[in-house]
Design a binder for this molecule. Sequence first.
Ligand code: MN
Length: 269
Amino acid sequence: MSAIGRRNFCGCACAAALLTPGLAGAQAGPASAGPADPALVEDLVAANRILFDQGVVDGFGHVSARHDKDPNRFLLSRSMAPGLVTAADIMEFDLDGTPTDPQGRAAYLERFIHGEIYRLRPDVGSVVHSHSPAVIPFGVSHVPLKPVYHMSSFLGAGAPVFEIRDAGGPTTDMLIRTRELGHALAVALEDHPVILMRGHGSTVVGPSVRHAVFRAVYTEVNARLESEALRLGDVTFLNEQEAAKAMVTNAGLVNRPWELWRKKAMEGR
Ligand code: MN
């Protein structure tokens, strides 16, 4: 009874604050950039479902989009399994990882991955963080992840490996749970599309949600194929020129798999 009373009181207080500009400015979090383009939110919801359906994320992992109205804001689901995300679960954050309007919702512990990458990489419009399994061996061994076929040509310049001990010492829980660790990860990413995180997972970026999802899916597939190929013997990877040309071709084709993946992931739910 008292809990309900408190909640009602809070609801009234927040509503009052919203109606009073002075109070809202003093008490609220960072200012909102306003409603995002509904098409962007729709893509972000689909991205969550697709990444689950394609085996990139499971109960863990997340995908964000830079806000279309303000480069210093980004959109990310509340803390939940990506395969269940709806538009109502999407929250807005500033680059420090502070929600503009939390409404009591929990945020992902590792949201600092997203904000700090958006801060350092103006070219990035979307970030995928996952623990996709086939990639893990390349973060813990000294075998580099390189493109074995044209679909993963974006790996042509290689993928750096983030060693959390360098930034966080030997006693972290492996998570990017602070701005400082997020910054160290973003610095290590440099201008690459993918960074592996030793003993944890990987983070993939792209100019749009669809590009980032494309790369996240094919990073996982490439890792699987590369492990298979290495078992057979010497491997010939795409050379730099092949990778660069294939990347240009693929960049114009992201909508083809997207439509297929979206249909499959959004149906039957
Ligand atoms: Mn993680």
